[in-house]
Write a protein that binds this ligand. Sequence first.
Ligand SMILES: NC(=O)c1ccc[n+]([C@@H]2O[C@H](COP(=O)([O-])OP(=O)(O)OC[C@H]3O[C@@H](n4cnc5c(N)ncnc54)[C@H](O)[C@@H]3O)[C@@H](O)[C@H]2O)c1
Length: 277
Amino acid sequence: METNLKGKVALVTGASRGLGFAISLALGRAGADVALTDILVEEQEYDKDELEKYSVLAAHFAEDGAVKTLSGAEQVRSMGSKSCAFKMDVTDRDEVEKVMKSVEAELGSVDILVNNAAVMDNLERFDKQKLELWRRDLGVNLTGAFNCCQAVWPGMVRKRWGRIINISSVAALMGASLQPSYGATKAGLIGFTKSLAVEGGRCGINVNAVCPGFIATESVQLYDEMMTERIKKGTALKRLGRPEEIASVVAFLASEASSYITGAAIPVTGGMDLLNL
Ligand SMILES: NC(=O)c1ccc[n+]([C@@H]2O[C@H](COP(=O)([O-])OP(=O)(O)OC[C@H]3O[C@@H](n4cnc5c(N)ncnc54)[C@H](O)[C@@H]3O)[C@@H](O)[C@H]2O)c1
């Protein structure tokens, strides 16, 4: 099976940490040239209040050492692939267009797009949910993927080859307590994936979604221990996943080895979504 991505250009959104970072390294390791993009980039000046208004998690991780967008590109280069990093807010269409042009100039046009950027810090009882956060979540998690897909689609159609991998969630399959907007956006991504797969099929573009269970990224490690233990108990494999266990599935879906898979939503959950009586 051919999982070699040599000669392909990949772009990953939300690559400053967690799954996006691990996915970028996995694609680089498989030989792809990789553009890491994120709303957070090292050496960037932030307005802490503005960032806090945008996302509690973003403000938490904006500190030195937690953001690894530029250093991730450096790591990919050390593997022998080309790599670059850009600040890119997926909700900002102008910035998305601008970054796509810069990536094309540095690496070539994007063959593999991984829509991974998301906000997942809106946890609240439904009666207390705020409309502005519902809109933010739709904007980043769903419209962000729409913006990035539209930016790379014409290039993929021209080449008659493309891979789009949308990072959904187990929350799309099972729902998520206190996270109605998150669950809705992640389920929406599956519908979006299937619809684009139908259209992309005619021009060599495969579009799939990956639905991770609980994966021990920096963000999930902020959960309290009791909650983590409950999650482990409800998971068939009795542990959280590792970021590399999602990244390897994404690398497979980006490769020729998955050439007959499109429109799929693949659970990578350790069996968290199974009936566990
Ligand atoms: N970790 C898990 O257990 C888990 C489970 C299911 C699904 N997921 C999904 O996997 C993906 C990554 O999860 P993670 O745990 O690494 O999350 P994370 O919060 O650590 O990472 C999300 C990344 O997206 C970036 N981001 C946020 N808003 C952005 C914007 N507007 N534009 C560009 N980048 C933006 C953040 O800066 C961050 O780097 C997300 O789509 C998440 O919903 C994660």
